[in-house]
Design a protein around this ligand. Structure first.
Ligand code: BES
Ligand code: MN
Ligand code: ZN
Length: 510
């Protein structure tokens, strides 16, 4: 879909979108349009008693004149309380409401209602961002779809007072949307197409945007002693990969090559679990629903999409993205329950359940990241546990952290973009649950309790004192329902959150 910005003017024809605040009062531009329509919109609002201009409400007015085909009134809620995410949601609703109705274009009149904290151009940029986010569709394998079943909307014209400003503000958000779309594509691809080698190629493509991308092969990982990651990979005919992406958007600040003595001067680092398919291995999963495990590379998908967003908008930050890519398969060469592997850190792990594989992959990826880059902080993302879905459902991701400042910043960034995270505890008493009689630790807990915390405690054994947070995104990576800015399917939850974290706290100024 093409999104354009031009000067506010009341159109004579076509499909027009206008805004209303609580209690159904139109914005000035909407009122002007309504005047031309001889009050048809106001009459429609009166005739629809439950339409009050609240958030998430909308009202369709068909053929209010001979020339205007349709007016869509979107509710913005109370003017004073409008937030960026409400505007994005409104934009997403506009797209959803008009995309499949046969119109090729629609015009959105955007002006600030009285009391709004946003100017018209800011509103236009946010609404356009929301519309673009909602317009995502993974349809490359649908070869027989009828034209009438595909979205018809090709152009969204945003009209506002300062279109130049709106275009510029949208440009940055549009690059973030590019990252989101890449992540959604990657999690949507099936595992016969997307496996470690091919996923690594998608990361490699970021070179075009100025990201430095290294792809490590199995032999190189063997040399480094990554026995935890390699143990997971050994059952599959697909070779594992470890991909290191570096974006140097702040070449003069610390952390250019990794801070010599760590933290403050180092780059920010993001690490993703990239299990391109998780059968469970020898501890095999039940077949029902196993197809979902194609998106067990969701953490890696987010890290790759995030690097695309940061590079695309030329973020003034030095960022490292690392993804550990493996396929977890049962076979004659697969890891067995009871096997003991030695991680790159030197710590040994008794693998009592081959389905608790994500933490094994992260153990080596996180350790490698910490050792090589001495990062300012590390955030890892993983579809790690079914238990986090029991705990938080699909509304929020689980967050674990050894650093309160990082945790608070992640929380704030999540609230701002509508990708919420909720902190859960870590402590020595939970760490005890992974003590092993045979090795330094085991990869599952003692009983069935605290599954997500146990997973986080395991990863923590590989972070030392680097500020670190772990996001368990198993419940939020794939959505079964549409929301205003996220169509059902791969959500890319985490890309906008981490982009916001970087933008708010870690970019050079000026
Ligand atoms: N990839 C799964 C977790 C998962 C489950 C993600 C459902 C998305 C939806 C992970 O590798 C796994 O199998 N975890 C086990 C851990 C257990 C064996 C300790 C789980 O959650 O059952
Ligand atoms: Mn598993
Ligand atoms: Zn898994």
């Amino acid at each position: 879909m093409k999104i354009s910005f031009s000067k506010l003017a009341v159109p004579e024809t076509g499909v027009v979108v206008i805004g209303a605040v609580e209690d159904g009062k139109l914005t000035p531009a909407g009122q002007e349009l309504d005047k031309k329509l001889k009050g048809a919109v106001a009459r429609a609002i009166k005739a629809a008693p439950r339409f009050k201009g609240k958030k998430e409400q909308s009202l369709d007015v068909l053929a209010p004149s001979g020339k205007i085909d349709r007016v869509l009134v979107v509710g913005l809620g109370k003017a004073k309380e409008i937030e960026a995410r409400d505007l994005q949601a409104a934009g997403g609703q506009v797209y959803a409401g008009l995309a499949n109705r046969g119109y090729a274009a629609a015009t959105v009149l955007v002006d600030a209602p009285k009391g709004s904290p946003f100017s018209g151009d800011e509103m236009a940029a946010e609404m356009a961002f929301g519309a673009r986010l909602r317009s995502y569709r993974f349809d490359k394998y649908r070869t027989k779809e009828e034209a009438d079943d595909k979205p018809s909307l090709k152009t969204l014209r945003m009209l506002c007072d300062s279109p130049g400003k709106a275009r510029e503000a949208f440009g940055i958000r549009d690059r973030v949307a590019d990252g989101v779309f890449l992540t959604r594509d990657l999690v949507s691809e099936p595992a016969n197409v997307l496996y470690p080698e091919t996923l690594a190629e998608h990361a490699k493509a970021l070179t075009e945007l100025g990201v430095d991308v290294e792809i490590m092969t199995k032999a190189q990982m063997e040399k480094l002693g990554m026995g935890a990651l390699l143990g997971v990979a050994q059952g599959s005919i697909r070779e594992p990969r470890l991909v290191v992406m570096q974006w140097q958007g702040a070449p003069n600040s610390g952390g250019r090559k990794g801070g010599a003595k760590g933290t403050e001067s180092g780059p920010v680092a993001f690490i993703g679990k990239g299990v391109t398919f998780d059968t469970g291995g020898i501890s095999i999963k039940p077949s029902g629903g196993m197809e979902d495990m194609k998106w067990d590379m969701g953490g890696a998908g987010v890290v790759i999409g995030l690097m695309k967003a940061l590079a695309g908008r030329a973020a003034k930050v030095n960022a490292v993205g690392i993804v550990g890519l493996v396929e977890n398969m049962p076979s004659g060469t697969a890891q067995r329950p009871g096997d003991i592997v030695t991680s790159m850190s030197g710590q040994t792990i008794e693998v009592l359940n081959t389905d608790a594989e994500g933490r094994l992959v992260l153990a080596d990826a996180v350790w490698y990241c910490k050792e090589r880059f001495k990062p300012r902080f590390m955030v890892d993302l993983a579809t790690l546990t079914g238990a986090i879905i029991i705990c938080l459902g699909s509304e929020k991701a689980g967050m674990f952290a050894n650093d309160d400042e990082l945790a608070d910043r992640l929380f704030e960034a999540g609230e701002a973009v509508g990708e919420g995270v909720w902190r859960l505890p870590l402590s020595d008493s939970y760490d005890k649950l992974i003590r092993s009689d045979a090795a330094d630790m085991k990869n599952i807990g003692d009983g069935r309790g605290a599954g997500s915390i146990v997973g986080a405690q395991f990863i923590q054994r590989f972070v030392d004192d680097t500020p670190w947070a772990h996001l368990d995104i198993a419940g939020v990576t794939w959505s079964k329902k549409n929301t205003p800015t996220v169509p059902k399917g791969g959500t890319a939850f985490g890309v906008r959150l981490l982009d916001r974290l970087v933008a708010d706290y870690y970019e050079d100024k000026g």
